[in-house]
Design a protein around this ligand. Structure first.
Ligand code: FES
Length: 138
């Protein structure tokens, strides 16, 4: 195989991968089959170094399929898997909302879709703080 032929094939392959990523990654479907955890009930000890960061507004942790954030206004908890295609969402302190870095979906503190492509909300859970114990439950 000559160099020119090899580069030609490589170029077509790279273009196909790029298009596949875009068409697959930008698919506006809701990613059926992605379900939020049910029967959630756990408690985070905020004196534990793994969760101590939650004492500060803007920080968040993951536990048992849930993202727990210290938002402006208090603690919030939603399912961590984006309903679009299952990527892990993050908490965006600058907008006080949840964001999916995979394709840009944004969710309110209650998990409602603000911006797609996600077509369904994140699961939402209750939180109560007693001393340094943060309970997250359905
Ligand atoms: S996985 Fe596509 S927007 Fe979250």
């Amino acid at each position: 195989m000559e160099r020119k032929e090899f580069l030609s094939i490589l170029g077509v392959g790279a273009a196909a991968v790029a298009c596949g990523y875009c068409f697959g990654g930008c698919n506006p479907n809701t990613g059926g089959g992605i379900t939020a955890p049910t029967n959630v009930d756990f408690t985070l000890d905020l004196t534990n170094p793994a969760y101590a960061g939650l004492k500060s507004v803007g920080n968040y942790v993951y536990n048992a399929g849930v993202i727990v954030a210290h938002a402006q206004g208090g603690y919030v908890a939603v399912s961590l898997a984006c309903p679009h295609q299952g990527a892990t969402v993050v908490f965006d302190a600058s907008t006080n909302s949840f964001f999916c870095p995979a394709h840009g979906s944004r969710f309110s503190l209650s998990g409602a879709v603000i911006t797609g492509p996600a077509g369904s909300p994140l699961g939402s859970y209750k939180t109560t703080l007693t001393g340094t114990s943060l309970r997250v439950f359905s």
